[in-house]
Design a protein around this ligand. Structure first.
Ligand code: GTP
Ligand code: MG
Length: 333
């Protein structure tokens, strides 16, 4: 494989690529001092160095040449250099789908959420965004034969809505031991947008060590929205959101994980006479989310999930139901 180091690519490995170098110190030109500088800026694994930019490394005090050399070695080690089209097919075979545990939602998504990409759930309050995230934390633990990824989850919660009891309820439904299921979920509450970014910037080691195959940011935008008010702060906010989403994207690629984010909606600014709502975050969030699912309320506990953006699937909508069991299919809209 072009740019690939020998026989290191093992499709059964939980990561996207199996790195030739295991730890930072294994990389050429990285001694203990450089390794500690890299760890300080949150780059603790070879995978994350491969996804880093020269500017990130020079900002941490490394010389231009050393930075370039280290990144190149890391990239070669995990095979992200040039690949031929047929090799790309092989790499894309490593993309997996994670079941939502809800047949109608899975049928909308042709099997579930893809690894190596960002899936956004957006909608008004109470439409089930966090409930879907809880359920994914359980289904990710299931065997692949049942649509799971046999891994753990990382849950970054910005609104203090993560409920371990709810996970336990859902775990029982899927035949998992409730306590064991909780042990496979790494939870972090983000207090500010800066803290939220810090958590993700420092997540690589946690992801690797815990075989995390699902990263959730619930909600992506709430802190940014409440902290950056007014037009004069908008450019700054969008720049930070962009950086944050890039980081999420890079983690999702490097570790072959599903990344799910939730997002609120706001009234469409230019639609005076319609009841239109649009997701928060504008073009940045829109362009970075590969798939977008809009959730809206139906009667009672019914919700409607609509696939509004997908790289390969047609638009469509399905009814779902929020019950004691979690998210289930429903026949009526
Ligand atoms: P915001 O975060 O406020 O924007 O909303 P959200 O879209 O994340 O909503 P969430 O996923 O929290 O969904 C809340 C809905 O799920 C409410 O209608 C609850 O009634 C329902 N719900 C939450 N927990 C349970 C439960 O244990 N049993 C049942 N039957 N319903 C539940
Ligand atoms: Mg929520």
């Amino acid at each position: 494989m072009a740019g690939q180091s020998g026989d290191n690519a093992d499709p059964t490995d939980s990561g996207y690529y199996k790195a030739k170098y295991q730890s930072l110190e294994d990389l050429p030109s990285v001694g203990p001092a450089t390794a500690s500088k890299l760890r300080e800026i949150g780059l603790k694994t070879v995978e994350s160095i491969a996804m880093a930019t020269n500017a990130e490394l020079t900002a941490a005090g490394l010389g231009e040449e050393t930075a370039a050399k280290i990144i190149e070695a890391a990239r070669k080690s995990i095979a992200i250099t040039f690949v031929r089209g047929d090799e790309l097919v092989e790499l894309r075979k490593q993309i997996k789908r994670l079941t939502t545990g809800c047949p109608s939602l899975d049928s909308l998504l042709k099997g579930g959420l893809e690894t190596q990409s960002l899936t956004e759930f957006y909608g008004e309050f109470g439409t089930g965004k966090s409930q879907v995230c809880h359920q994914l934390c359980v289904t990710v633990q299931l065997p692949e034969a049942q649509g799971g990824l046999e891994g753990g989850a990382l849950y970054i919660d910005t609104e203090n809505t993560f409920r371990p009891e709810r996970i336990q309820q859902m775990a029982r439904r899927f035949g998992l031991d409730p306590m064991e299921a909780l042990k496979k979920i790494i939870f972090a509450e983000a207090y500010t947008s800066e803290h939220q970014m810090f958590l993700l910037d420092n997540a690589d080691e946690v992801i690797k060590e815990n075989n995390v195959r699902l990263i959730i940011v619930d909600s992506l935008t709430s802190h940014f929205r409440s902290e950056y008010l007014g037009w004069e702060m908008l450019a700054n906010r969008q720049q930070l959101l962009n950086k944050h989403m890039h980081k999420l994207m890079r983690l999702s690629r490097a570790f072959n994980t599903v990344a799910a984010i939730t997002n609120q909606v706001m009234a469409q600014p230019d639609a005076f006479f319609t009841k239109g709502v649009v997701p928060v975050g504008g073009h940045i969030v829109g362009h970075m989310s590969h798939s977008r699912i809009f959730l809206r309320k139906g009667r009672g506990n019914i919700r409607v999930a609509k696939l509004t953006v997908s790289p390969s699937l047609p638009e469509g909508e399905v009814p779902i139901r929020i019950t004691e069991q979690g998210i289930e299919s429903d026949e009526e809209i």
